[in-house]
Ligand binder design. Structure first.
Ligand code: BES
Ligand code: MN
Ligand code: MN
Length: 465
């Protein structure tokens, strides 16, 4: 049976691609209120596709964007796999650098000569979610999916999944499963597919400094009033020392040190610092002393300014003391840092700096945005063995094990609420430009990924429950 399914996948690339283009054309930008209806339309599109292959599928309301839930006919004695994907995407801005418009999916060659589909969400995560939908469709056509599938596709991952954990908590019985399966990560490199076993977490904060109730002439007032922009810079400058170490008290509490084994394994991976930075048009990297680039990205926590706003931003010069200044700061967390503790430690740090400096006449406010715990999944279970084998079938190459620097908020919830580990079986490539203009999904990765998932359902189906 698997043979037939794989052959059908290999012989129907255009059918798969054409449907994916419909999915990608819907601007399901979860953070924009003006795209609320598009998010609903996108959820409905996915639910319709899954209904059409015989799944019981619905787009279910939440306080935010809908969650799609779909099941095949569950058979007793078979393991149940909870497949997760997200149909929401990041905003496409800036629009200027896009070679083809973000919501007009276009197939063309990458600069290095590979076929790819370009669109916002191409790989993060519509293309990868579609790989599941298509692999499931092919199995349905050839006798039925050989494992119990509960497929959830959410519409709020890119805003931190605020409504999904409550949805799972409220529907625990319906979502009961033996393992979770997520395709929202990357291969290590072209030719080296990978299973990811660790993700960083995230705490996203905003600091706002407010002075006078309007911008002031910097000649008439400068020197006699507090400047919110100067003060914000002083605050932000206290977050790191010269070597890049984060200076927030208790920040490193709970951080699991890298094991010698992990460090040795990662050293063996073909990673070239020079190429990595040259591809970004950087002459050098920067990070915590004593760690390699891979270690810094995968296993060390960070604190980074993500946005900085104050004063005059237009062309030329304008002489003002800005009335306010604000910064968005995100911290990537590693096991076992706790997002709540980190958010509190950050807030305490800002308050301490403020009181030590003794600034008067300004208000300093700290606000918490989204957060996600880090995740580390065991690599020694039978499901991971299935995933490694499936990748080898799908790609015809030996996969590696890796960790990643990005975050998928719901993974830790699967563990805490449903008591299952997650298989992170993703097909992106490092140069896919996720969240950036000209996001793409390599077509070879799409089709080999679809094959991998088709094989994985069969392998998981044969595990004892
Ligand atoms: N799919 C990414 C995360 C990712 C990408 C993990 C590549 C591993 C490899 C996901 O959609 C994402 O962007 N997550 C956000 C989470 C945040 C908005 C809470 C992130 O990491 O910034
Ligand atoms: Mn994603
Ligand atoms: Mn993303």
């Amino acid at each position: 049976m698997l043979e037939q399914v794989l052959r059908d996948i290999d012989q129907s690339h255009d059918a798969s691609l054409n449907a994916l283009k419909e999915f990608l054309a819907i601007p399901s930008i979860s953070t924009s209120p003006e795209h609320k209806a598009d998010c609903r339309r996108c959820a409905q599109w996915a639910a319709n596709k899954l209904s059409a292959i015989g799944f019981a599928a619905t787009a279910r309301d939440t306080p935010g964007h809908p969650v799609v839930v779909a099941k095949n006919t569950h058979q007793p004695g078979r393991p149940t796999v909870l497949v997760y994907g997200h149909y929401d995407v990041q905003p496409p801005e800036p629009l200027d650098p896009w070679v083809s418009p973000p919501f007009e999916p276009t197939v063309r060659k990458t600069p290095d000569g590979h076929d790819a589909i370009y669109a916002r969400g191409a790989v993060d995560d519509k293309g990868q979610t579609w790989a599941h939908m298509y692999a499931l469709a092919m199995w349905q056509k050839h006798g039925g999916v050989p494992v119990n599938i509960t497929f959830i596709i959410e519409g709020e991952e890119e805003v931190g999944s605020p409504n999904l954990a409550p949805f799972i908590a409220a529907n625990k019985d319906e979502l009961k499963c033996d393992v979770a399966l997520v395709s929202d990560t990357q291969q290590f490199a072209r030719g080296i597919p990978a299973i990811t076993y660790g993700l960083r977490g995230l705490v996203y904060m905003e600091v706002k400094v407010t002075g006078a109730d309007h911008d002031l002439h910097s000649g008439l007032y400068g020197g006699a009033v507090p400047n919110p922009a100067n003060i914000l810079c002083e605050i932000l400058a206290t977050l790191h020392d010269q070597s890049g170490k984060v200076m927030i008290e208790n920040f490193y509490d709970g951080v699991i040190p890298l094991t010698a084994g992990e460090r040795a394994e990662w050293k063996k991976l073909p990673f070239n610092d020079e190429k990595f930075f040259a591809d970004l048009k950087l002459s050098s990297g920067f990070g915590e002393a004593g760690y390699s680039t891979i270690e810094r990205k995968w296993a060390r926590p960070t604190c980074d300014i993500n946005g900085l706003t104050s004063g005059y931003q237009g062309p030329g010069a304008k002489t003002i003391i800005p009335s306010s200044a604000s910064a968005k700061v995100s911290m990537r967390l590693v096991p076992n840092q706790d997002p709540k503790n980190i958010a509190e430690a950050f807030t305490r740090h800002i308050e301490r700096v403020k009181s030590e400096k003794g600034w008067k006449g300004v208000k300093v406010e700290v606000h918490a945005h989204s957060s996600a715990p880090p995740a580390l999944v065991p690599t020694d279970g039978p499901a991971v063995q299935c995933a490694l084998k499936a990748m080898e079938i799908g790609f015809g190459e030996k996969p590696t094990l890796m960790r990643e620097g990005g975050s998928i908020p719901i993974v830790s919830t699967f563990k805490s609420l449903l008591e299952v580990d997650t298989l992170l079986v993703g097909f992106g490539l490092p140069d896919d430009r996720i969240h950036s203009p000209n996001e793409k999904f390599d077509l070879d990765a799409l089709f080999k990924g679809t094959r991998t998932l088709a094989a994985l359902y069969a392998l998981l189906g044969s595990l004892k429950t």
